[in-house]
Design a protein around this ligand. Sequence first.
Ligand code: SF4
Ligand code: MG
Length: 333
Amino acid sequence: MEQLLEVKDLVTSFRTAGQKVPAVRGVSFSVDRGETLCIVGESGCGKSITTLSVMGLLPNNGEISEGSVKFNGEELTVKKKDEMRRLRGNEISMIFQEPMTALNPVFTVGYQLMEPLKIHTKLSKAEVKHKAIDLLNQVGIPNPEKKLKQYPHELSGGMRQRVMIAMALACNPALLIADEPTTALDVTIQAQILDLIDDLKEDLGMGVVMVTHDMGVVAEVADHVMVMYAGNVVETGSVEEIFANPSHPYTKGLLASVPNVDDANQLLEAIPGSLPNINEEISGCRFHPRCPFASDKCKQEDPPHFTLNSSHQSKCWLLEEVTEHESRNKAFS
Ligand code: SF4
Ligand code: MG
């Protein structure tokens, strides 16, 4: 499949109290057209900062200090603010957890949906209205004509989320970045919105980057999964590999903390401890203070990414022997 987004060795830092603190510490991934990558991890692990870096939407005290972000082969980290703004209105769209941050309370839904179409397309006034109604239909909003005249506060949370998705899709983006898009919604609406994003990915051939802390959401929509911990990528793989053969202790912990709806007696195995502060320097593997398998080596040396197969990598010393063993086998076969 055609590669859409390629992020390489991304380091994003923040200046706080005269200090430069890395929140994202060398992250690499790629997304193809028609593919969904889920970025997972606890809140504060660097998921959102990674996507904000891609979008050129970092707060003023944040900056990309190393690495590259290529979209359709074009380097984004060198683009000017207005170039990035144009790209965000057209080819890259973003949806957030809280639709009210994206919707303006003082304008009608119709105005907010149609204004970007007027700016970014050559459609006539009538065509713009037609397209807006089409979009609301596409995201499953009933009575679209009536909704165009309403204000965001007159809609339910699920409807607002759908409006935001319609806005994000207005210019047929090649890439959709969704940060916890369903976290605030009830389960039924959540399932509908995830289905919708999945259908649109297939129908429009969009690439999707979805940020979530919910492994249930991952199981539902991901093709590939990237697990982050304390600013690092700790494991990447296809969704099948991550669920069937998780290899990093943190990934295993995330999976174990998913409640099993079929087994009411199952105990939730939370991961003990909490994420370190982003400015906390930790020797060796950054997960070692919480890892039940931490050895002396883990406390001293930061593990590299070990390759289990071409699409499955894990940043954990436990994989050293297994992967060495595998490559040795390969050498003799
Ligand atoms: Fe745990 Fe060591 Fe693996 Fe880090 S490298 S996750 S501390 S076993
Ligand atoms: Mg976040």
